[in-house]
Write a protein that binds this ligand. Structure first.
Ligand code: GDP
Ligand code: MG
Length: 684
């Protein structure tokens, strides 16, 4: 049968009465017939429709979708066309081919595809692909029509077909995008018999994800590798209620959708200028014929041979069998790895499972079509590795953790041994820890491919953590050492300070400060000797030494405070006074006689004793070189800002006054007692 332009007779059957003012608008033209030939009638038909001189002022829309999903019905409702609709009562097959109508009262060319269900016969599948590619390449908007229940079903919704179509479209027409901005196409998904329980947004998300997946899996020409779906396509989604069960709602929604095709002022207007192919109307027929020509001669669209079909089927089956056993094996180690265990010999196991699966696949599948066999093998390998990868990564994480735990334990053990050298202990533990990780990681590597089985990154993370732990341990150790030195310092100065404070004299502070300095110097050199084995930084040493000096001074001050507390200092003054008043120069207790100069002796002893108070009041050596230069007192360990200058004062003036008064009262008592003793001696 040759391409024909049909008269409007059939349109009446479909309920569309041709309008007198739109001459010829209800005509249909079969632009591609069932012999896959492009019509020669399109140009005359465009003239009949009054569109040949329309310039760019026209649009093209086409539809894609499974057989009997209400495509023709939808087009007729939207555009007032009269495509054949399957008659329920006769269930007759409509004539195969691509049909075109002009939209009623609008400059729109509408294309409808008729065919038998492509999945049943190879011949029709071929036509289905070619017509889909043709529609996609030639129209501004491709309506993708599908039942709600087809959403998410790869086969059911013709998504597989879409993949091939995208792939070939990209290969044939994709490159034009670079120099012409007019290669965008809108994919308008119309979801039919939408019940409403699943919101449109969810269906939209599923379809978008499917489409994205398809796009990602396309084998793209090298120079278009990085092209995104969005570089070529806009996506739009709409849903329609059930035509029979919700007839009114269906009608109103269809009308709303129609407005988006017709009304340029509509917010959702669909024929955006970016989709227009910029072919003047009088060139459209030639342009479309050219596209069909390319589609027809493209080898990629040809059906696979029977041999390939068989190979696909069998290789898939064999691959699935090999994967099943492999998955069981891999599953056995999933739990221990997830539980944080380092599984001994995991790498060996993984390599052997993988090897077994491939051997099994090769044994049975290599007899089939080589191209298919190899492609499916690559797919299988990718699937195997994507199962093994989490085990590998998990093993590395566990190794990392276990190595670090062992590292810490080894150091702590080392720090308990007599005479350890901190730097050596840490260095040895670090080497063993890293070796343990690297050995384990190398064992776990499944294949040569460096990117997929990389462990260097995890190793550098481990190294960072080792350093943190070592730094912390060193800080702790340093602190511990400073504490020990401080304790020893206190022990060393206790007695000399006590002694000197009890032997009041002009060089009392000189002696005390000399002892302090000597002891401090010993402490500092003892710190430096030990710090050498710690690999401490200069800054850490400076801080530690400053802390040590500060603490030493505070310890000295505490000792002085203890020895100059009220009762203690009064005791010292009393002893000093007694020694001078109650004993003679030879240390013999005095027995007072009435003619003795008690008043003179009392005054002398008292004045000498009172002279001690200013001496005790301030830490002041006679030799200025013995003055202590304090470190910049830091506020670490939450000290209040330490006032060194103030710390030189032992008694405030008030305190000195108070002590003087108290001492005087005690001395007076001794005087009275001395006087009394002479009275009693006269009385005898
Ligand atoms: P096409 O093969 O995709 O073009 O489908 P048709 O438009 O020829 O319609 C096939 C059958 O589905 C016809 O009997 C229509 O009455 C019916 N049909 C059309 N639209 C709808 C719809 O939205 N929902 C349902 N359930 N049936 C529809
Ligand atoms: Mg149809």
């Amino acid at each position: 049968s040759s391409p024909v332009s049909q008269a409007s007779g059939k349109a009446v059957l479909n309920g569309h009465v041709p309008s007198a003012t739109n001459a010829g608008t209800s005509d249909r033209v079969q632009i591609i017939n069932d012999a896959k030939e492009f019509t020669q009638e399109l140009n005359p038909q465009l003239s009949t429709w009054g569109l040949r001189d329309a310039g760019f002022d026209y649009d093209i829309v086409a539809v894609f979708g499974s057989q009997s999903t209400g495509k023709s019905t939808l087009l007729n409702r939207l555009f007032g066309t009269n495509f054949d609709v399957m008659d329920e009562s006769q269930r007759q097959q409509t004539t195969k081919g691509i049909w075109m109508c002009r939209g009623r009262d609008m400059n729109v060319l509408v294309m409808d595809v008729e065919g038998t269900d492509g999945r049943e016969r190879g011949e029709d599948q071929d036509f289905e692909r070619k017509s889909a590619l043709f529609s996609l390449a030639s129209s501004e908007i491709l309506i993708i029509n599908l039942w709600e229940h087809q959403v998410g079903l790869y086969q059911g919704a013709n998504m597989g077909l879409l993949k091939t179509v995208f792939e070939v479209n990209l290969g044939l027409f994709g490159k034009k995008t670079q120099d012409s901005a007019n290669q965008r196409t809108l994919l308008l998904f119309v979801i039919r018999d939408h019940i409403g329980t699943t919101p449109l947004a969810n269906l939209q998300a599923t379809l978008t994800a499917d489409l994205q997946r398809i796009w990602d899996s396309l084998s793209k020409p090298a120079e278009l590798q990085d092209r995104k779906l969005a570089d070529y396509f806009d996506l739009a989604f709409t849903a329609l209620p059930h035509k029979v069960l919700a007839a009114e709602k269906f009608e109103s929604e269809v009308q709303a959708l129609r407005k988006r095709f017709v009304d340029k002022s509509n917010e959702g207007y669909l024929f955006k200028p970016a989709y227009h192919k910029r072919i003047p109307a009088d060139g459209v027929a030639f342009y479309m014929e050219g596209i069909w020509e390319q589609v027809q001669t493209n080898k990629d669209l040809d059906l696979p041979t029977q041999q390939e079909l068989l190979a696909q089927f069998r290789c898939d089956e064999i691959s699935a069998g090999a994967s099943a056993e492999f998955n069981e094996q891999a599953k056995s180690q999933k739990r221990p790895v997830e539980a944080g265990r380092v599984v001994d010999g995991l790498g060996g196991m993984m390599r052997s499972w993988r090897e077994q699966a491939l051997t099994r696949y090769d044994r049975d599948a290599s007899r089939y079509h080589q191209g298919v066999y190899k492609r499916k093998r690559a797919d299988l390998l990718a699937a195997l590795d994507s199962t093994l990868s989490p085990l590998f990564v998990g093993q590395l994480k566990n190794l990392h953790k276990a190595s670090l735990v062992a590292f810490k334990k080894e150091i702590l053990d080392g720090l308990h041994t007599e005479g350890y050298n901190f730097a050596d202990v840490v260095g040895q533990a670090r080497n063993r820890c890293e070796k343990r990780f690297v050995d384990g990681a190398k064992e776990a590597v499944v294949a040569e491919d460096e990117a997929a089985w990389n462990w260097e990154e995890e190793l550098s993370l481990l190294k960072e953590e080792i350093k943190l732990v070592a730094d912390q341990l060193r800080k702790d150790e340093t602190k511990k050492m400073v504490n020990t030195i401080e304790r020893n310092f206190k022990k060393f100065i206790a007695e000399p300070v006590d002694l000197n404070l009890s032997k009041a004299g002009p060089d009392m502070w000189d002696n005390i400060l000399r002892t302090f300095k000597e002891t401090l110097e010993k402490s500092e050199s003892s710190y430096l000797t030990k710090a050498r084995s710690f690999d401490c930084t200069d800054e850490e040493n400076t801080t530690a030494l400053a802390t040590l000096r500060q603490r030493a001074w505070i310890a000295l001050r505490a000792k002085i405070d203890e020895q100059t507390a009220d009762t203690v200092i009064l005791g010292k003054l009393r002893a000093y006074f007694e020694e001078r008043f109650r004993y003679d120069e030879n240390g013999v207790p005095r027995v007072w006689r009435p003619d003795d100069d008690i008043d003179g002796a009392f005054k002398k002893a008292k004045d000498q004793t009172l002279e001690l108070i200013p001496l005790y009041s301030k830490i002041a050596p006679t030799d200025p070189s013995l003055e202590f230069t304090p470190p910049a007192f830091s506020t670490d360990e939450q000290d209040e800002e330490f006032d060194f200058a103030a710390s030189l004062t032992v008694f405030s003036e008030t305190k000195a006054h108070d002590i003087i008064n108290r001492f005087r009262r005690e001395a007076d008592a001794y005087y009275v007692e001395a006087k009394r003793s002479t009275v009693s001696s006269i009385a005898q």
